[in-house]
Ligand binder design. Structure first.
Ligand code: URA
Length: 439
């Protein structure tokens, strides 16, 4: 096949065949197509929307480029949970142990931070001793014995996506609906679970800014899952401002633990319960979303979710004493408070701005191999709709590099908008997109 002809066809608005897509994926992964030709094709995909058939073919080709994890020896319906990437999103640490405590096996593969969004694996590594690079045998054994394990994705899962994503990242071709859908689903279909709950973020701190675009992405991913035999529900949830009050690594895990102790922020608690409810529904442990919600809330109230989190930490080598003594988490040497210049209400809190500020403080990477400061991050004292007095604390930035902390503090200040009128509250869950046969 001829790569020049494939680029030309897509550039001119044509629809690529399954064979052409598979050729591109296989040959690029094998190093037989240069980056400049692959980049040209990706940009043609930006200007000429991918068809449903092209997206399905891309997903399958990327899935087939690597290993598929075999979880068939684990009894029960294995349910995965995945977020398209948000700021302050620590719901995995709450929804997954709650679901496991209610009897759903959770075998989750997660990634590291991307751009301004944090990654579950980086956050997990702030728990002293926690291992995030489990081999498949240990991963499966932990799910069999404790119903939950979370590990970093190995390079052998969907390697084509890894290579194509790295190119997209530097060629302004990340935010293309068909490419996001196929990238996420190729990895999820390789990970061996039977069902999937997706959290598709929308708003200023997400790839999809509007509810309509996020719904379109959620529908596409649910369709891909269904076609491949993985029942998928996609929740479209708000990312206009960060979730909860903590943005970073260790401070996010601590906030998740506080939530499991019943003392978490309202938005984190609500979203985690909602995600868990759908995990229970797909996992056959609830017959409706409402029943799932009741069971999830009971597991939170009884402390069963916290107990499951404790055994999950211990199972992966983490120090469970950190759950009761937050002083065992990495600590920051510097803290800088951001104060309100004027009084009124918080009318805006740009999630992307806070995500970037947290990264600037050291909590995220500017380049792939950067070392993260696990103690760095932003603790929000005010969120949208909160009243503020002049001089009141809006947020505190933490970190171990004083210059970075000061730079990040200025960026946090710019992410806040304060006005005289209390803004209308936005919904947290905009839509739930279920496959056929589910209400
Ligand atoms: N997350 C992914 O895994 N892939 C994308 O393309 C975007 C977000």
């Amino acid at each position: 096949m001829d790569m020049y002809g494939i680029i030309q066809k897509k550039r001119d608005g044509g629809t690529l065949s399954d064979g052409e897509i598979r050729y591109f994926v296989d040959a690029y992964t094998a190093g037989a197509i240069p980056d400049y030709q692959a980049a040209a094709l990706l940009m043609a995909m930006f200007f000429n929307e991918l068809s449903r058939g092209e997206i399905f073919a891309l997903t399958q080709a990327m899935r087939d480029s690597g290993d598929r994890i075999d979880l068939s020896s684990i009894k029960g319906i294995k349910v995965d949970k995945h977020s398209t990437g948000g700021v302050g999103d620590k719901t995995t640490f709450i929804a997954a142990p709650l679901a496991a405590a209610c009897g759903v096996p959770v075998a989750k593969m997660s990634g590291r931070g991307l751009g301004f969004t944090g990654g579950t694996i980086d956050k997990m590594e702030s728990i002293p001793g926690m291992r995030t690079g489990l081999g498949t045998d240990e991963f499966v054994r932990l799910v069999k014995t404790g119903s939950i394990a979370v590990t970093g994705q190995t390079g052998r899962v969907a390697p084509a996506d890894k290579k194509i994503y790295a190119l997209r990242d530097v060629t302004a071709t990340v935010d293309i609906l068909g490419l996001i859908a196929s990238s996420v689903m190729s990895k999820k279909l390789s990970s061996g679970s039977d069902a999937l709950v997706l959290d598709v973020k929308c708003g200023s701190g997400a790839f999809m800014e509007t509810v309509a675009d996020a719904e379109k992405l959620g529908r596409m991913m649910a369709d891909i899952g269904e076609a491949a035999g993985m029942e998928t529900v996609a929740l479209v949830t708000d990312m206009q401002q960060p979730l909860g009050h903590a943005v970073g690594n260790s401070i996010e895990v601590i906030e998740a633990i506080e939530t499991l102790k019943g003392r978490g922020p309202e938005d984190i608690t609500e979203l985690s319960l909602e995600l868990c409810a759908y995990m229970l529904l797909l996992g056959g442990k609830a017959s409706s979303r409402d029943e799932g919600l009741d069971k999830a809330a009971s597991a939170l109230k009884s402390g069963a979710g916290l107990a499951k989190f404790r055994s999950f930490v211990a199972g992966q080598g983490g120090d469970p004493r950190a759950i009761d003594d937050y002083g065992l988490f990495p600590q920051a040497a510097f803290a800088e408070e951001i104060k309100a210049a004027a009084g009124g209400y918080v009318t805006g809190l740009a999630a992307r701005g806070i995500g970037n500020a947290s990264r600037e403080a050291g909590a995220g990477r500017a380049a792939k191999d950067d070392i993260i400061d696990l103690a760095a991050g932003v603790q929000l004292r005010k969120k949208i709709g909160d009243p503020v007095e002049p001089g009141a604390a809006l947020a505190v930035v933490y970190g171990n590099d004083e210059m970075k902390v000061k730079g990040a503090a200025a960026a946090v200040g710019r992410a806040f908008s304060i006005g005289p009128e209390k803004p209308q509250a936005r919904r947290l869950v905009h839509a739930a997109i279920c496959g056929k046969g589910r209400p």
